[in-house]
Design a protein around this ligand. Sequence first.
Ligand code: FAD
Length: 533
Amino acid sequence: MKFSHKYIIIGAGSAGCVLANKLSENPNNSVLLIEAGPMDNYSSIKMPLAASTLFKNKKYGWGYETEPEKNLNNRTINWPRGKTLGGSSSINGMLYIRGQAEDYEEWEKAGNNGWSYRDLMKYFVALENNQNHEDQYHGNFGSLWVETYRPILEASRSFMNACKEYGLTKNNDFNGETQEGYGQYQVNIKNGQRFSASDAFLKPVLDRPNLHLLTNTLVERIITSNKKAIGVRIRNKQGAQIIGCTSEIVLCGGSINSPQLLMLSGIGPKEHLMDLKIPLVHDLPGVGKNLQDHLTVNVSYKINKLKTFSELMKPLGMIKNVFEYFTQHKGLMTYPASDIGIFFKTNENIKTPNAQVHFAPGAGKYNKNGAMKPSSGITASVCNLRPQSLGHLELISSNPEDAPKIFANYLDQKVDMKFMIEGIQKIREIFKTPSMQELEAVEIEPGTHCINNNDMEEFIRNESLSVYHPVGTCKMGHGKECVVDDKLRVKGIKRLRVADASIFPSIISGNTNATCNVIGAKCADLILQNTTA
Ligand SMILES: Cc1cc2nc3c(=O)[nH]c(=O)nc-3n(C[C@H](O)[C@H](O)[C@H](O)COP(=O)(O)OP(=O)(O)OC[C@H]3O[C@@H](n4cnc5c(N)ncnc54)[C@H](O)[C@@H]3O)c2cc1C
């Protein structure tokens, strides 16, 4: 082995950056952070509206896609993941949402002690630097910049009026007392630019002498001896080498790469590893299973009375906005994935909102390269917050360069399809309100021809998309299919933990990034409190 560090963290993403920061606070801890991708100093990462141009960018992303999805008319679905400092927080939609208290109560009820919302609240608050809310739900002294996106664009204001006319309640803080209602999103955008996990937690501490960063370096395998993790095999421009670890290795590679790396290291479902001739270290059947993701479908309208993104960005407008961005960090180039949201229940028997809307004053479709091709219109995309369908991952070979096969298995459960239809119906109702009629809103998608359930189902199978929130593939908990315990320790292997979106016991009711930051912070506490791994 070459040289040794006390802690090795694999992956500088949403969780890994927080963990690296916390573990290296003590100068006696030598921490090595290994990232497969390059530094994040690329202008399209910083510019919020450029996010979708990164979805298929091979330098800064993994560019995954699912296998043909049988319930989506055999379409493959884009699954971008960040591959740079900040991980997916460097390419994501920048919306800051925590989910619902009830999500974490479920986690705790499943036997995960210390994971209730009450327990996690201290981390959300400590990490946050909220610019608009000062109360018991928010922090104002943390490193993660959070602000309410402004200004409100004209079409967005009309949509909010429509929500009010429809009878929805205004919510000024989706991360406060309750999530339900309509309102403006909070975002990780500072001074008009993306503020990733790398900006918040890693860059400010990179000069610590005990924090070592390796970029452009792929971890190919975790080395074990007698079921104890002792090092990693890495590959970069200098070739392959093995690096030893004296205390603990933490895998923060995200929902696809963490289970992939466990399996490549011989930790996973026995039969699958035997098929691929990967020497078995420990049989853990749940690795790569329990995959959940939020599926969404766009409902879009052409409006005649107001300019939407497409008109505002016609060549001269585009030049004006780019100029405004580079000179003042203002204008449409600062726009996140969405500015207005709704959380609602598709029926009153449900206790808490099961639907989320991402509204944008634009319309369009993703092209083959994953980038958005805009068209005239506005869009309310409705997603199922608590899907029942479960997918899984499979390796195709023992080669670390080969992407695993992703079976998202969307709409496998009938209730998930029922949800999508009900969600679309609700949006259509909102578009019937006077504020939308004043704009002369005409439905583009699903389209007025789409009337009965069969039409709707076909539309959903043809058009629905991922919200890019895969979780659960190294599930935390007690059952046979669980991969880590509630201290994030990999079952059956000493000195190895997983801390990222893959450990979610069940998907949360909202966007997943803030929770990944919290998982990184909590993992640091678990390690530093000496829960031996
Ligand atoms: C396009 C998109 C839009 C999204 N929009 C939002 C949003 O608006 N709001 C929100 O809350 N969430 C959003 N999300 C989800 C959110 O960003 C993710 O849930 C979160 O970033 C996942 O964090 P993570 O720590 O699990 O993994 P990641 O942040 O993906 O980090 C994993 C890191 O590990 C590295 N890595 C992996 N394998 C290896 C290896 N073998 N060797 C070395 N390094 C490795 C990767 O390169 C990566 O940098 C979005 C995600 C995407 C992709």
